[in-house]
Design a protein around this ligand. Structure first.
Ligand code: PMP
Ligand code: GLN
Length: 387
């Protein structure tokens, strides 16, 4: 047998999140790179999970998810977005958004199909497309005059859509730029896909973290878009519990059927006590996710205010728990090398944006996670302000 493996993903290395978190840990730097909250999930949620662990909820859950969780997701969706979802047939609980995205892509993309993603794009999309035999078409988001204000380049998107396009992947609220969609954007998207056969995959993991009085516009709010969309979300971001790896896919019945055909052979099902605990908590404590934007907006404002005297330029992010900082006034260096160097020398780890892009970005930007306690943000800002 040949000693050389013909890799199915020859261009893929270890993810930037693993690389930067490892470097932060090796160097003792403050880790604002990989996005994970520095606080515990709410204690009432932990209590409900412990309750289910102690009361025999420890065997396989139904393949699509426990009914109580699916119906509490349906209730939340009806309240927030005004659409009645069939909890039995249109919601599938999955092992984090990563599984949901992978499954959605395997379920929809056939050999040779084109899939459009919007750069900077989350790093799990392209490998999943490649494994499905699809071809990734990168569309850069439009950059505003201040280099950190991103939006969909509608003309470019229109020009990229063709009869070969099987899927467009969107991610709003957007990691890493914080860009959000307005209601009018949904109409624009509907106009764009109306006479095509392409499906939409909407990564909405930051659905509950949108600032400045804006609201999250899910693609499922729009009747025409809903018919062709799989929405994937995650409880990791919403409940400060990224390590639980639990999320969900909402899609119309026929699309959910295709999703489940794949999901049942990827993880089959997600751990039972956490599903039941989240089901209880979603019903009993809706204020937790309703108040989440205020909680994170205060963190964002603190982080931005602490950096006021620094040489970084910034536009406060509109969503997510990531803030982009423009370092062009400090150095012209490449962002990947700089993120590593500053982890060593400034003691703060960040994520370079270029790893999410096919073409180089015009701006000089690094991404910092502000989902941390105030003391950590103060210490990080002090070290960044010295640069
Ligand atoms: N999509 C985006 C845009 C993300 O930022 C993340 C993770 N932070 C995921 C998907 C994956 O979510 P999960 O951890 O639930 O797999
Ligand atoms: N989504 C997280 C981020 O953007 C990281 C997830 C991961 O480490 N795979 O930082």
């Amino acid at each position: 047998m040949s000693k050389i493996i013909q890799s199915k993903l020859p261009n893929v290395g270890t993810t930037i999140f693993t690389v930067m978190s490892q470097l932060a840990s090796d160097t003792g730097a403050i880790n604002l790179s990989q996005g994970f909250p520095g606080f515990s999930p709410p204690s009432a949620l932990l209590d409900r999970i412990k309750h289910h662990l102690d009361h025999g909820d420890n065997q396989y859950a139904p393949m699509a998810g426990v009914p109580a969780l699916r119906s509490s997701i349906a209730e939340k969706t009806a309240t927030l977005h005004g659409r009645d979802i069939d909890a039995e047939l249109e919601i599938t609980v999955c092992s984090g958004a990563t599984e949901g995205l992978f499954v959605a892509i395997q379920a929809l993309v056939r050999r040779g199909d084109e899939v459009i993603i919007l750069d900077p794009a989350y790093d799990s999309y392209e490998p999943a497309i490649t494994l499905a035999g699809g071809v990734t078409r990168h569309n850069a988001l439009l950059v505003g005059s201040n280099d950190s204000n991103f939006s969909i380049d509608w003309q470019l998107l229109q020009d990229t859509v063709s009869s070969k396009t099987r899927l467009i992947i969107l991610n709003f609220p957007h990691n890493p730029t914080g860009a959000i969609l307005q209601a009018a954007d949904l109409d624009r998207l509907a106009n764009l896909v109306r006479d095509t056969d392409c499906y939409l995959l909407s990564d909405e993991v930051y659905e509950h973290i949108v600032f400045d009085g804006n609201t999250h516009h899910s693609l499922l709010e729009h009747d025409e878009l809903w018919e062709r969309t799989m929405i994937v979300s995650s409880f990791g971001k919403t409940f400060h519990a990224t390590g639980w790896k639990i999320g969900y896919c909402i899609a119309p019945r026929l699309l959910s059927e295709e999703f489940r055909k794949v999901h049942q052979f990827v993880t089959f099902t997600v751990n039972t006590p956490v599903q039941n605990g989240i089901a209880d908590f979603l019903r009993s404590h809706p204020e937790f996710y309703i108040e989440l934007p205020d909680f994170y907006q205060r963190k964002r404002d603190l982080f931005c205010q602490l950096l006021e005297g620094s040489r970084f330029k910034l536009t406060p992010t509109q969503s997510t728990f990531f803030q982009l900082l423009d370092y062009s006034a400090i150095t012209e260096e490449d962002d990947v090398e700089l993120a590593k160097r500053w982890t060593h020398e400034a003691g703060v780890a960040s994520i370079p944006l270029s790893v999410f892009c096919e073409k180089p970005l015009t701006g000089k930007l690094l991404r910092f996670c502000f989902a941390k306690d105030d003391e950590t943000l103060q210490a990080a800002a002090k070290q960044l302000s010295a640069l």
